[in-house]
Design a protein around this ligand. Structure first.
Ligand SMILES: Cc1cc2nc3c(=O)[nH]c(=O)nc-3n(C[C@H](O)[C@H](O)[C@H](O)COP(=O)(O)OP(=O)(O)OC[C@H]3O[C@@H](n4cnc5c(N)ncnc54)[C@H](O)[C@@H]3O)c2cc1C
Ligand SMILES: *[C@@H]1O[C@H](CO)[C@@H](O)[C@H](O)[C@H]1NC(C)=O
Ligand SMILES: *[C@@H]1O[C@H](CO)[C@@H](O)[C@H](O)[C@H]1NC(C)=O
Ligand SMILES: *[C@@H]1O[C@H](CO)[C@@H](O)[C@H](O)[C@H]1NC(C)=O
Ligand SMILES: *[C@@H]1O[C@H](CO)[C@@H](O)[C@H](O)[C@H]1NC(C)=O
Ligand SMILES: *[C@@H]1O[C@H](CO)[C@@H](O)[C@H](O)[C@H]1NC(C)=O
Ligand SMILES: *[C@@H]1O[C@H](CO)[C@@H](O)[C@H](O)[C@H]1NC(C)=O
Ligand SMILES: *[C@@H]1O[C@H](CO)[C@@H](O)[C@H](O)[C@H]1NC(C)=O
Ligand SMILES: *[C@@H]1O[C@H](CO)[C@@H](O)[C@H](O)[C@H]1NC(C)=O
Ligand SMILES: *[C@@H]1O[C@H](CO)[C@@H](O)[C@H](O)[C@H]1NC(C)=O
Length: 587
């Protein structure tokens, strides 16, 4: 190989510079390598007309744009604030900053649409996906994959790209037991399973499972799609019972960057099967369907809880630390939780009309055993609160409200949304193990105090623990961050700013990374973070998101995608490229 390349170099600059610029940067409109209109139109023909060239969704609000329309604009402005509207749109994302605020649906902002893909394959089957992938590979066009556009790291949208939109890949199949393709005829995975096309969203999956007295390990928001959720790992109210969503996967159908439509499972293409379950979205291929394990429904118990104190109470942070330190014990009792640590907090839900320093959230307990009731759950939560506040009589008010639902869906249906969208923002996060939560409560209190922006606070999700530690992914293991296997808490911080307010964005991002997230990194230096809900420019992202799985993931990426057809940041194998003036180029 070395000889061939030095020969090419010797042979002359003209050939070299042509070949070089084609492989140096991905094609962009206006560059000589961008496919001609005729070539795009041929792609459209092979796709039976399923190629879209959408104008930016906010364009209808801009008098300078050809499709300006006052009525459509009102509809877009309303939809913009909900996650489901963005999921139903071919290119939109729930956070504005991922299209670089290039067409906010308000006429006072500019609208260039530069942050959006140029073309979209509105895929309805694996072959549509394959045609898009082949075209991108053969023409050096940047390729992205959009399911719902919910990604907090902007991985589902890019300028100057072709996008594969998986939303209309539909279909659900239920199985009493499942035999992965290519396994021996006598091999059967016992128990219920569901095959879901990759356009499936959580609400639909949960609902259809519920109709059959089944439940799944599914995400908090009804509009999240299986594609990004499962490939990132996927935590759930039920992950501390059954493991991560990626741990439930029995088989996938995937279109590889090379254009092969493969079925991967524990018997065939086992490396790909391992990598896709946790190794991240839009990296190893485009998932077209996935088969997951389902569980018999059980009763589902919840307790809504609140602790409040006067703003500035000295004891507040040590009470918070004490509560968090009891999370591993709550986990042992079968309890999971989504909780929020917020100073200077007001809430209509809790009838709090002047600021308090608060801690609130929902604690959950599936009724797997007769003694696991809303009463036993409430008793456990009350005990935690009593222990934490015992040294500070009269300073803290607590509130709990226990409810029992016939199944998970009973809780999920009224509590999965509607979710707000249309903001500019970033997340930071850290997975916390038992050591971080129990060893030094002074350090724990200080870390959360530093990590919590006033009035916004930090989130502490008890979604790791037993289920994730004891999970038995098919084939022995998967690519889920090894830090998850030690984690009890996934702690999340968010910051926001107004569109195009670069100064505030820079300030907020610096605080998010350098202060808030850094405090949690220091608290748990040998842990990591959850790729789907994390700071996009996390230092040493390779090991922060994938721990000691990274090197194997990189090998598998190189094997299946030597062309880097799929690229996103911070995704496995993305090191060799950078975005320069909206064009993706080799470093
Ligand atoms: C309101 C809200 C609530 C959330 N709650 C939870 C939660 O409870 N638990 C949890 O674990 N996470 C949660 N998340 C995070 C969620 O897992 C991520 O946002 C995830 O990336 C969403 O996947 P998506 O397919 O819906 O989104 P997209 O933005 O469409 O995709 C995300 C990533 O996956 C890729 N991708 C999507 N589909 C495919 C496919 N078919 N094949 C290959 N790659 C694909 C995209 O290219 C992108 O890289 C939540 C997010 C939001 C916005
Ligand atoms: C693709 O073809 C369909 C049907 O002919 C047409 O409606 C659509 O506008 C075409 N897409 C593009 C990007 O030209
Ligand atoms: C995003 O927009 C800002 C302001 O218009 C511009 O300066 C910057 O170059 C843009 N960045 C990208 C990546 O397009
Ligand atoms: C995408 O395809 C689906 C299924 O055929 C269709 O219902 C939908 O209208 C298409 N979307 C767009 C924006 O063309
Ligand atoms: C679900 O369980 C209920 C109550 O036990 C039962 O009546 C119903 O027939 C079950 N439905 C299915 C589809 O099994
Ligand atoms: C909220 O609290 C106020 C003052 O304590 C009380 O008057 C009011 O009834 C409460 N509202 C609700 C909805 O509980
Ligand atoms: C749930 O049941 C298990 C098994 O019996 C028991 O160990 C645990 O303490 C129970 N937890 C609660 C909160 O009821
Ligand atoms: C307790 O929670 C249930 C379910 O969310 C709700 O319907 C009920 O109103 C709550 N009770 C009180 C006293 O807030
Ligand atoms: C606990 O953490 C605090 C604050 O970081 C530190 O000062 C103290 O030395 C630690 N204690 C122990 C025993 O490590
Ligand atoms: C984020 O913070 C870390 C630790 O302080 C620092 O090393 C890194 O450079 C920061 N990253 C960015 C993008 O500012």
């Amino acid at each position: 190989m070395a000889k061939v390349s030095s020969l090419i170099q010797f042979l002359g600059l003209t050939t070299l510079s042509l070949a070089w610029s084609h492989t140096h940067c991905k094609a962009a409109p206006g560059s000589p390598f961008w496919p001609s209109d005729i070539e795009w139109s041929q792609l459209n023909t092979t796709l039976s007309g399923r190629l879209l060239a959408p104008s930016p969704p906010g364009a209808v609000c801009h008098p300078t744009q050809p499709d300006f329309n006052v009525l459509s604009c009102l509809a877009v402005q309303t939809g913009w604030l909900t996650s489901s509207w963005h999921a139903d749109n071919p290119v939109s994302t729930i956070e504005n900053n991922w299209n670089n605020d290039t067409c906010i649906p308000l006429p006072t902002y500019p609208c260039t649409g530069e942050g959006y893909p140029v073309y979209v394959v509105n895929a309805t089957c694996a072959n549509d996906v394959k045609l898009g992938v082949d075209f991108a590979r053969e023409n050096g066009v940047r390729l992205v994959v959009k399911g719902t556009g919910h990604d907090y790291l902007g991985r589902s949208v890019a300028p100057n790209s072709l996008s594969i939109w998986t939303h209309h890949l539909r279909g659900l199949d239920f199985h009493d037991s499942f035999r992965p393709q290519g396994c021996s005829p006598s091999f059967e995975i016992e128990g219920p399973a569901i095959t879901a096309a990759s356009g499936t969203q959580m609400l639909e999956l949960d609902y259809e499972a519920h109709l059959r007295n089944l439940t799944i390990v599914g995400g908090g928001a009804g509009t999240v799609g299986v594609g990004g959720y499962l490939t990132g790992g996927g935590h759930s109210a039920l992950s501390s019972t059954y493991g991560m969503a990626a741990d439930q996967v029995l088989e996938i159908e995937i279109v590889t960057p090379g254009g092969d439509i493969l079925i991967a499972n524990e018997c065939q293409h086992t490396d790909l099967f391992w990598a896709v379950r946790g190794g991240g979205g839009s990296t190893f291929g485009v998932l077209t369907s996935v088969t997951i394990k389902a569980f018999p429904s059980t009763q589902f118990n919840t307790v809504t809880a609140l602790i409040a104190t006067a703003p500035g109470t000295d004891a507040y942070w040590s009470v918070i630390a004490n509560i968090l330190s009891q999370f591993p014990s709550l986990d042992e009792l079968g309890i999971s939780a989504y909780t929020f640590i917020v100073t200077s907090f007001m809430s209509a839900d809790f009838n709090i009309t002047s600021p308090i320093d608060g801690y609130y959230g929902i604690f959950m307990l599936p009724g797997l055993h007769p003694e696991n009731t809303s009463t036993s759950l409430e008793a456990a939560v009350k005990q935690v609160f009593a222990d934490a506040t015992a040294s500070y009589p009269g300073q803290f008010v607590t509130y709990t409200n226990a409810t029992s639902y016939p199944d998970f869906w009973g809780y999920y249906e009224p509590n999965n949304g509607p979710l707000s969208a249309g903001n500019d923002g970033l997340l930071g996060s850290r997975l916390l193990d038992k050591k971080a939560l129990t060893e030094n409560l002074t350090a724990l209190a200080e870390a959360f105090k530093t990590a919590s922006p006033l009035g916004i606070g930090a989130q502490a999700y008890l979604v790791g623990g037993r289920g994730v530690q004891n999970a038995k992914p098919r084939g022995g293991s998967n690519a889920v961050n090894s830090a998850w296997r030690k984690a009890f808490v996934h702690s999340v911080i968010s910051v926001g700013w107004n569109p195009l307010d670069e100064k505030t964005k820079e300030e907020q991002e610096a605080l998010l990374n350098g202060t808030y997230t850094e405090a949690l990194r220091k608290l748990a230096p040998d842990m990591g973070a959850y790729i789907n809900e994390a700071y996009v420019n996390e230092p040493d992202w390779q090991h922060t998101f994938w721990g000691d799985n990274y090197e194997r993931l990189l090998e598998i990426k190189k094997k299946y995608d030597p062309w880097d057809v799929l690229w996103c940041h911070p995704c496995v194998g993305s090191e060799g490229w950078e975005v320069v003036d909206n064009v993706l180029c080799r470093v």
